[in-house]
Design a protein around this ligand. Structure first.
Ligand code: AMP
Ligand code: GLY
Length: 416
């Protein structure tokens, strides 16, 4: 089969690897891709969404997998254009991807369908937002749009809210948009992923993302410094509760609202003292959770995604390893506020029994891998116990280095 994966990061590298390992011989393509991705997939000659779809038609592509979210909500939307062109797409339509693109849309959906979430007020101006916050701190402010992971501020004190609102309303850093003022929730976070095909779903292995830069969950919020995944991460009872109160009403809500959905849906949850609550939907797999989960997926992911994109959920095509998987992210100097490119990466050939997925790397003129972005690499290893997976992932990560490298040594170890 000819398969195109859309995206360029570590998540897409992991998806492509899982598709390549699926039975059968597949010709893999990626857009826009990266040097590392193009070692296992071919580039697509396109410069944007329309030319990507035109290229898929001319090259008789069998189906397309949306890795990152941006193309789902660009222009007419990747899935919508694919549908017009008769190309099955594993990724939702533009109107459904608003669940991720618009926090206000998601909040209204959650409220309409009675799905547990934090209470929130949508505000159009600085004054309205300040009034909605009142004197209540901590508070959570969310810009209503895609903001490259920078659109959420958990404000413990008033000054943090003032600074964020200055970015949003005065400097208009993310462009025009409204802000949600949301109740502050507490509890451990867990990421649940479901493959959704119309009114059917299959829950994948739960994962936990380590969002903060520093060990012990200290420091700045990042795109994710690592992840741990296992069926055993949460109890069967808790997973059943999440399925009943969150996954099922979401799938029913999509159907009731006429929102077509075929693809991965990511439920970002907080396990509050009042039970699991949704803090966000993402209309794609998580990054770096995907890098941790994919090695646990057995069977035929390529056939599973194709069948799903065509409207049939076929859980029998895949199964999940019962063990553990740990993913350690290596970030470049300055991340997350900035990033440094051009630092040569050493030790990649010594990693041994682990998988290395590339996010921000490139080949330099001498043919060496060097840093090219904030999150650079993800080193992933598994084991039948948590301890084994943690030890294997960190031992493999120890082999890799580059100047300015940042890494957390507690990934997989500290539970929540
Ligand atoms: P989001 O982009 O919505 O996932 O938010 C980024 C991070 O902000 C989450 O992973 C949480 O750690 C935190 N967060 C979001 N919403 C809340 C909330 N209502 N209460 C406390 N923390 C939150
Ligand atoms: N791991 C967080 C995300 O993918 O949005």
């Amino acid at each position: 089969m000819k398969i195109v994966v859309v995206g360029k990061g570590g998540r897409e590298h992991a998806l492509l690897r899982a598709l390549a390992e699926s039975p059968g011989s597949h010709e893999l393509f990626c857009f826009p891709g990266s040097d590392a991705i193009f070692e296992g997939a071919k580039p697509v000659a396109a410069d944007g969404l329309e030319s990507l779809v035109a290229w898929m038609i001319v090259n008789a592509v069998d189906f397309c997998v949306a890795g990152e979210e941006s193309y789902l909500v660009k222009g007419e939307g990747l899935a919508n254009l694919c549908e017009k062109a008769g190309i099955p797409c594993w990724g939702p339509h533009l109107q459904s991807a608003q669940l991720e693109a618009s926090k206000e849309f998601a909040k209204k959906f959650l409220e309409r369908h009675g799905i547990p979430t934090a209470r929130a007020t949508a505000c159009a101006t600085l004054e309205e937002t300040v009034a909605a916050i009142g004197r209540k701190f901590p508070t959570v402010l969310k810009f209503d749009g895609l903001a490259a992971g920078k659109g959420v501020a958990v404000c413990l004190v008033e000054q943090e809210a003032t600074d964020f609102l200055d970015e949003v309303f005065v400097k208009q850093r993310f462009g025009p948009g409204r802000v949600l003022v949301e109740d502050f929730l507490t509890g451990p976070e867990v990421s649940i992923f479901a493959a959704i095909v119309d009114d059917c779903y299959l829950i994948f292995t739960p994962a936990r993302d380590y969002k903060r830069l520093g060990e012990g969950d200290a420091g700045l919020n990042t795109g994710g410094m690592g992840a741990v995944a296992s069926r055993q991460l949460i109890s069967a009872e808790l997973l059943a509760e999440i399925e009943k109160n969150i996954v099922v009403p979401t799938v029913e809500g999509l159907r009731e609202d006429g929102l077509p959905y075929r693809g991965f849906l990511y439920f970002g949850l907080m396990l509050t003292p009042d039970g699991p609550k949704i803090i966000e939907y993402n209309c794609r797999f998580g990054d770096p959770e995907c890098q941790a989960v994919m090695p646990l997926v057995k069977g035929d992911l390529a056939a599973f995604c194709l069948a799903g994109a065509k409207g049939e959920l076929k859980p029998e095509l895949i199964s999940f390893d019962e063990g553990w998987s740990v993913c350690v992210v290596l970030a470049s100097a300055g991340y997350p506020e900035s990033s440094r490119s051009g630092d040569v990466i050493r030790g990649l050939d010594e990693v041994g029994n682990a998988r290395v997925y590339h996010a921000g790397t490139r080949r330099n003129a001498a043919g060496e891998w060097e840093t090219n972005g904030g999150r650079v690499l993800a080193v992933v290893a598994g084991g039948s116990t948590r301890q084994d997976a943690v030890a294997a992932a960190h031992a493999a990560t120890d082999k890799v280095s580059f100047d300015g490298m940042q890494r957390r040594r507690d990934i997989g170890i500290c539970n929540f």
